[in-house]
Ligand binder design. Structure first.
Ligand SMILES: Nc1ncnc2c1ncn2[C@@H]1O[C@H](COP(=O)(O)OP(=O)(O)O)[C@@H](O)[C@H]1O
Ligand SMILES: N[C@@H](CCC(=O)OP(=O)(O)O)C(=O)O
Length: 362
């Protein structure tokens, strides 16, 4: 089995703040146990920012991005040092992999990230993945590691994704409210109706709360990967039998699309509004979007960015990676690629969004 295990900041931090070494050791020992049983493991670990707080004398998680990035820069090294030491006791070598959103979206980066992770696993290394917080800016940031973990699980063709948090499963409401119950199995969105997942994280260091975990579960299960959500204290049972916490069962077939992220994990940088013919061509025929079918462009984006493709009523029908900068689009709107190529040159013959770089929504 190839298992991706994601551990949240709240599970790695002590109540006083700072890294909880006994938790980290427990996690590493459990992962080493899985390796002994013949499983391959990839660890997606949060905690860089939380670990960087104490050395910088910061009492709580900073709000501004630059200080968060500084804390992550200080904390990431310390965090990986602790993992390296503990895994070494089990004769296991770790490799740090820091990813940005681009790495799991852009075709060339995606292939590169896959190759590196696959090679690390071939070499028997335990990859430890985190977001590259120090360079990610607010627009191109996951912010939480739940969705990153789902995309990594997809990237490495994992058999299972385990999300470890400070709560032992998904509850039908805020777990600190008496009378709420844990769901043992989720088979799809219908099972989530009426479930309150909106309470923000109770911990001072975690981000995202349950919303990003449910979203991560949707991404992974939609790509055929089962997800187990439980607390870090239950990691041994989670790895050994899986009979604990909440299991999200696969809802879709295994998919190899690198565009999974586009559908689930971002909003477009800008949008282009499509006329009815273009909407039909995209939705019904799976066509590429040509400038001729565009009515207007909104927002500022660069070639390669994700944009929403919207119908004239404002409904987002698809999302795709655009081939032009927003500054160029007005002069292309409504015109045929043939005319554009004749007037502006052959490079203007390309689609606005190629169908291979597009996912339909809804
Ligand atoms: N329906 C729910 N079921 C379980 N936990 C919930 C729910 N709604 C909100 N939460 C909160 O989500 C928290 C976990 O999110 P977070 O602290 O971001 O975790 P992590 O740091 O592990 O990523 C829980 O401690 C809990 O307070
Ligand atoms: N990349 C950040 C993770 C942000 C975060 O708090 O994520 P999580 O605890 O998984 O909700 C870090 O290492 O601090």
């Amino acid at each position: 089995m190839r298992i991706v295990v994601k551990v949240g900041s709240s599970s790695l931090s002590s109540t006083l703040g700072g890294l909880d070494l006994s938790r980290l050791h427990g996690l590493v020992d459990a992962l080493a146990g899985a390796r002994d049983r013949g499983d391959e493991v990839v660890l997606v670990s949060s905690g860089a920012i939380a670990t960087g707080l104490a050395p910088l004398s910061l009492p709580t998680r900073p709000r501004d991005l630059a200080t968060q990035q500084a804390a992550a820069s200080v904390g990431q090294g310390l965090l990986v040092a602790r993992y390296t030491e503990r895994f070494a006791r089990h004769d296991l070598v770790v490799g740090q992999v820091l990813l940005t959103v681009d790495d799991v979206v852009r075709r060339t980066h995606y292939r590169n990230a896959y190759r590196t992770l696959a090679r690390l696993l071939d070499l028997g290394v335990v990859p430890i993945v985190n977001e590259n917080d120090t360079v990610a800016t607010s627009e191109i940031r996951f912010g939480d590691n739940d969705r990153l973990a789902a995309l990594v699980a997809h990237l490495v063709h994992a058999d299972r994704l385990i999300l470890l948090s400070d709560v032992d499963g998904l509850y039908d409401g805020n777990p600190s409210t008496p009378g709420t119950r844990m769901l043992r199995h989720v088979h799809g969105d219908a099972d989530l109706e009426g479930i309150d997942i909106g309470t923000p994280s109770a911990s001072k260091v975690g981000t995202g709360g349950m919303v990003t975990k449910v979203e991560a579960a949707r991404i992974a299960t939609g790509a055929g990967i089962p997800v187990l959500l439980t607390s870090a204290d239950q990691v041994n049972t989670a790895l050994a039998s899986g009979d604990v916490g909440t299991t999200f069962h696969p809802t879709g077939p295994r998919r190899s699309t690198r565009l999974l992220w586009l559908a689930h994990a971002t909003t477009g940088k800008g949008s282009v509004v499509l006329d009815r013919g273009a909407v039909r061509a995209i939705v019904e025929r799976g066509a590429s979007l040509l400038p001729a079918g565009v009515v207007r462009s909104e927002g500022a984006y660069e070639a390669g960015d994700p944009v929403d493709l919207v119908d004239e009523a404002g409904v987002v029908v698809a999302r795709g990676l655009v081939n032009y900068d927003s500054a160029e689009v007005p002069k292309l709107i409504g015109r045929s690629t043939h005319d554009l190529a004749a007037e502006l040159g052959a490079e203007y013959e390309r689609e606005l969004v190629h169908r291979d770089d597009m996912v339909l929504l809804g």
